[in-house]
Design a protein around this ligand. Structure first.
Ligand code: ATP
Ligand code: MG
Length: 181
């Protein structure tokens, strides 16, 4: 299976959408040897007991995938960071929301590749639902310096509902232009 850090971040942000959040903020900060990501949502949150259970790959809420008994987002985060010298933390308050923090050592040979950032941002912007999404992208490496913010509501005002092939082509072009600096 090809699994990139972007795939993992897409899974964890999808959890925030599925938790009925109306506002989600993803901070994606990259340097030559480190990727730090915060996913903050104001969704339904998790209590202490659920937070313990979700570490187990054999736990899922039983609603999302009625025929599947495993949930992989959080267990993958835990395993990937444990195997590669990274770090993670989840803070959650029932009824208020959740903050998922993760940090990856990009110089560790076992850390999966970052993956395609434009594809990730596109994916995060087009999950079904009416949530606001703020993406704060920062990259400071020896070859590149980037700092931009994307707001889902502004993009859908400018690009339509991001549903048709034409809207998505415009979105891809815009995201690529942001990444090219
Ligand atoms: N941001 C969040 N807010 C509220 N609950 C969450 C959040 N993230 C995860 N959870 C809870 O943790 C459970 C496990 O999440 P995980 O991503 O590991 O698996 P899943 O989402 O159930 O399945 P999969 O990711 O494979 O679709 C979710 O079913 C949900 O109950
Ligand atoms: Mg999930």
């Amino acid at each position: 299976m090809h699994y990139t850090l972007c795939d993992l971040i897409a899974d964890l942000t999808q959890n925030a959408v599925e938790a009925a959040s109306s506002h989600i903020r993803v901070e994606f900060t990259e340097s030559d040897d480190k990727l730090t990501v915060y996913i903050r949502d104001n969704g339904k949150g998790m209590d202490g007991e659920l937070l313990k259970k979700v570490r187990d790959p054999f736990y899922t809420d039983g609603i999302k995938h009625p025929n599947r008994k495993i949930g992989m987002g959080i267990p993958f985060l835990i395993q990937t960071t444990a195997d590669t010298g990274g770090n993670w933390k989840i803070d959650s308050v029932p009824g208020k929301g959740t903050v998922v923090y993760m940090c990856f050592d990009l110089s560790n040979i076992d850390t999966p590749p970052v993956g395609d950032v434009c594809r990730l941002f596109r994916q995060l912007l087009i999950f079904p639902g009416s949530y606001e999404l703020e993406i704060v992208r920062t990259k400071h490496t020896k070859d590149c310096s980037l700092n931009y913010t994307l707001l889902r509501s502004e993009l859908s005002d400018a690009l339509g509902k991001m549903e048709t092939a034409a809207d998505l082509a415009l979105l891809d072009e815009f995201l690529q232009s942001q990444e090219n600096g």
